[in-house]
Ligand binder design. Sequence first.
Ligand SMILES: Nc1ncnc2c1ncn2[C@@H]1O[C@H](COP(=O)(O)OP(=O)(O)OP(=O)(O)O)[C@@H](O)[C@H]1O
Length: 378
Amino acid sequence: MTLELSRLRRRYSDFAALDDVSLTIAPGEFLALLGPSGSGKTTLLRILAGLDYPDSGGIRRGDEDFLAMRARERGVGLVFQHYALFRHLSVTENIAFGLRVRPRRSRPARAEIAMRVERLLQRVQLDGLGSRYPAQLSGGQRQRVALARALAVEPDLLLLDEPFGALDAQVRVSLRRWLRELHEELGLTTVFVTHDQEEALELADRIAVMNHGRIEQVGSSAAIYQQPATPFVCEFIGKVNRLPLRRERGRLAAGGWVPGDDPWRGRYEHAIAYVRPEHLALAVPAAQPGWTAYLRHVYPAGSIAHLELAVDSLHQTLEADVATDDLARLGLHAGMPLRVAPRSAVVFAQTEDGTPLPGERWSWHAGQVAPRRHCVTL
Ligand SMILES: Nc1ncnc2c1ncn2[C@@H]1O[C@H](COP(=O)(O)OP(=O)(O)OP(=O)(O)O)[C@@H](O)[C@H]1O
């Protein structure tokens, strides 16, 4: 059933850990809560788990008042980054724990518990390791035991707080793909806290980007990346070039380059254009608007290369990404001049002191202007 979170607030003395958070979580959805440290992700997860309560606001699941339900009644499975397994219990005993401590009425029979644990061991690909103790497992194996333990109680809602945060990069990638498959196989609703944007972009059906206890934007990976609702989302997700625009001969421009017709019709003197590194064209004909740049460094990074470009007319450096295969084909090397220009940009209006104006944004693509002043900002 759909979970409706409405207007949640949680304060710690004079500090707002959650500030008017509203969110809908659909059944079967994989939702990532993404944001910098201290943005309120764990607070929100703890409230869902029944480990903490908001000062105001509510959560409904269908007709039920979710907040009035005890943690045990919520059908929630929980895995934390450092959700230590019981060291003195074997893997099997750890996984069975949640079932064994149930009141007698709802506790499955001993044989049923053993069967469920065996099935879970297979599911998390740890069959044969049931008699080991946590100290005899790798970090990735331990987190899979923690996940099996959370799944043992057959939760409707799986809550994961940076479950792979302590693992090395390669194990992280393989475990998160495995987790996504498990989520689909079991038809779970999963809420996953991370501050790793790549993890969120790859895993989630939708991402809620949090900042200072608020949700800045909720949307699919593509929407968050391509249509960021706020400057914060733009800067937090992926790499981006930030170009201050000023009115030059009546038009908002940066060093002579103009991102389309001004949809604000001269209402604002200042704006910021955000340009992704992969959206910077590197061989712009002299007849077209662009800037002369000097290719300062080429940083190879596997399949792509990062280029650092110095643009005198902007008094700033820009970053461009190209496929490594294209480096030689285009004859790109440090020290050469290039003529560059954005192929697309997201533009936010600002007040004179640099404060962004909520909702005042537009997306620009070479050759056309797509007005989009309002988007999903909560
Ligand atoms: N028990 C508490 N007492 C006082 N302040 C708290 C408490 N718990 C959390 N906070 C504060 O609330 C804010 C949000 O914390 P929260 O743990 O939800 O952030 P987070 O986004 O999960 O961060 P991280 O990625 O570092 O885990 C932080 O500034 C934190 O210091």
